[in-house]
Write a protein that binds this ligand. Structure first.
Ligand code: PLP
Length: 236
């Protein structure tokens, strides 16, 4: 193994062990927390090393880069789109993604459902919520999501599996807790409305700086990038 793949394998093992510890601390089963390795800033060879080390669930934030990499990397990878999706990119990206975390409006959800119908697909999606209410953030405001939920639920060619959010930027992971808790409470409200407590199994929340807090607040998908690529050169 090259130094590079060794470093990546070491980083991956360290992140996984922190996930296990956070799950155990919060009396959760480790299988209920999945790692989405975010490769948006990673060079292709780094991504190859990650896959070789056994990490096959990958997240990209730009549709174009996801499509390109899906063509360059082996087929067993499960690709998640975690960044903003423009309506005119839906058709190109849908065949390549296992899940879209970033559905941030009813209009986009409708568009995905339409195109998915044409392509005979039923993509799994998460609804992105702007829990913290920051003006700069994408996502449904919580009250709008509740208002539009009946329409979202009725879209025929989507499987809405849960919710996603991003916490405000901060050096203190505890600052993220109210946002993560807010997402969990919103999920509870929506699943009661749906008269189906088992609905919305996924909560996508937590990044390198705050994923342990997210796991304590019931994250099922943590999206981690920079912690996996620590100690690697940033320039090629
Ligand atoms: C980049 C990104 C991440 C990963 O962030 P890190 O701090 O590098 O772990 C997670 N989620 C989204 C939506 C991102 O864009």
């Amino acid at each position: 193994m090259s130094d590079l793949s060794t470093q990546i394998a070491v980083n991956l093992a360290a992140v996984r062990s922190r996930i296990v510890q956070a799950a155990q601390r919060s009396d959760r089963s480790v299988e209920d927390v999945r790692l989405v390795a975010v490769t948006k800033y990673a060079r292709l060879e780094w991504v190859r090393s990650l896959v070789d080390a056994g990490q096959t669930l990958l997240g990209e934030s730009r549709p174009q880069q996801l499509i390109e990499r899906a063509g360059e990397l082996p087929g067993q990878i499960e690709w998640h789109l975690i960044g903003h999706l423009q309506r005119n990119k839906v058709r190109a990206v849908l065949p390549h993604v296992a899940m879209i975390h970033s559905v941030d409006s009813l209009r986009l959800a409708e568009r995905i459902s339409d195109i998915a119908g044409q392509l005979s697909l039923t993509p799994r999606v998460l609804l992105e919520v702007n829990v913290s209410g920051e003006a700069s953030k994408d996502g449904f405001p919580a009250d709008r999501l509740q208002a539009e939920w009946p329409m979202l639920r009725r879209l025929p060619n989507l499987q809405i599996d849960g919710l996603m959010t991003m916490a405000p930027v901060s050096d203190d992971p505890q600052d993220a807790r109210p946002t993560f808790r807010g997402l969990r409470e919103l999920r509870e409200k929506l699943s009661t409305d749906a008269k189906d407590a088992a609905a919305l199994p996924e909560l996508s929340m937590g990044m390198s700086g705050d994923f342990e807090v997210a796991i304590e607040e019931e994250a099922s998908l943590v999206r981690i990038g920079s912690a996996l690529f620590e100690g690697l050169p940033t320039e090629s």
